[in-house]
Unconditional design. Structure first.
Length: 273
């Protein structure tokens, strides 16, 4: 599979297509894809869902993705790499890189907050205007607009990834990010492993996590895992055993027992719904 790179830390592109030119390619960078007009299907890492105007998707490095265009579609594409993220001095979002990196688990439209959809529409229109009518201030202005867009993306991702969690403690956010990054490997989610990773005693780790989230760490891990499994059932054609192996379960029966315990419904019934 061909791997594509960018020569600059950030690249902005406008495309109007009847079919997606991206086939069998992996990116070494992040890409924000904003749908200006048109509709079709967005396919990423085996998950497929409809897209429509004002949807915003984030493609992370090593994602496999493409678009199945139904009606002529206009896209605004913003490509950026880790160099760009590290260049900008984010005042309060020191875990932005982790938030974006963990978005690989999301596989869906980022914009869940209605006020942010209005903001993003205005920002993208300003960026597009800069592409059509460039001047000496355009590059600087575009960077500020992109940074505003990334803050909005971070807010929506945080709502998704940290649902039920209201904490600004950087150590706690680090633990949550670690859990999300390793959600597919149960051996790395054991309390003693996490304690060692963050230099916290096992007993204190449990109390610390609950004080920050009002939930136990294992409870949070289970809920986050359930959310991702629900995404697979809704947006992919993966077989039950394939989902089981992806999340470290021994087989489909083991996964179904776990899912039914936390969701009070079987995997097959949930998928039918």
């Amino acid at each position: 599979m061909k791997r594509e790179h960018i020569e600059k830390p950030v690249v902005v592109m406008y495309e109007k297509v009847d079919q997606c030119p991206i086939k069998d390619r992996l990116f070494s960078f992040f890409q924000l894809v904003y749908v200006i007009s048109g509709d079709g299907f967005y396919i990423i890492n085996g998950n497929k869902q409809r897209y429509e105007p004002q949807n915003l998707f984030l493609v992370t490095p090593n994602d496999s993705h493409t678009f199945d265009v139904i009606s002529t579609t206009e896209f605004l594409l913003i490509r950026f790499n880790y160099v760009y993220l590290n260049e900008y001095r984010w005042k309060n979002i020191d875990h932005l890189e982790c938030l974006l990196g963990n978005a690989r688990n999301m596989n869906s439209n980022i914009l869940n907050l209605q006020p942010d959809r209005v903001l993003v529409k205005s920002i993208t229109e300003s960026i597009l205007n800069g592409i059509k009518f460039p001047d000496i201030f355009n590059e600087e202005l575009t960077r500020h607009l992109i940074n505003s867009l990334l803050v909005i993306v971070a807010r929506n991702l945080s709502k998704y990834q940290c649902e039920g969690i209201d904490s600004s403690d950087s150590r706690f956010i680090g633990i949550v990010n670690y859990i999300q990054q390793n959600i597919y490997d149960p051996s790395l989610l054991k309390a003693d492993i996490i304690s060692e990773e963050f230099h916290i005693s096992s007993n204190y780790l449990s109390r610390f996590f609950k004080s920050q989230s009002n939930d136990t760490m294992q409870g949070y891990i289970a809920k986050y895992k359930i959310k991702l499994i629900e995404n697979r059932l809704k947006y992919s054609d993966m077989r039950i055993n394939e989902i089981a192996y992806e999340f470290g379960f021994t087989d489909g029966s083991h996964l179904n027992k776990f899912f039914k315990k936390h969701s009070e419904i079987s995997l097959s019934d949930y998928r039918k719904m």
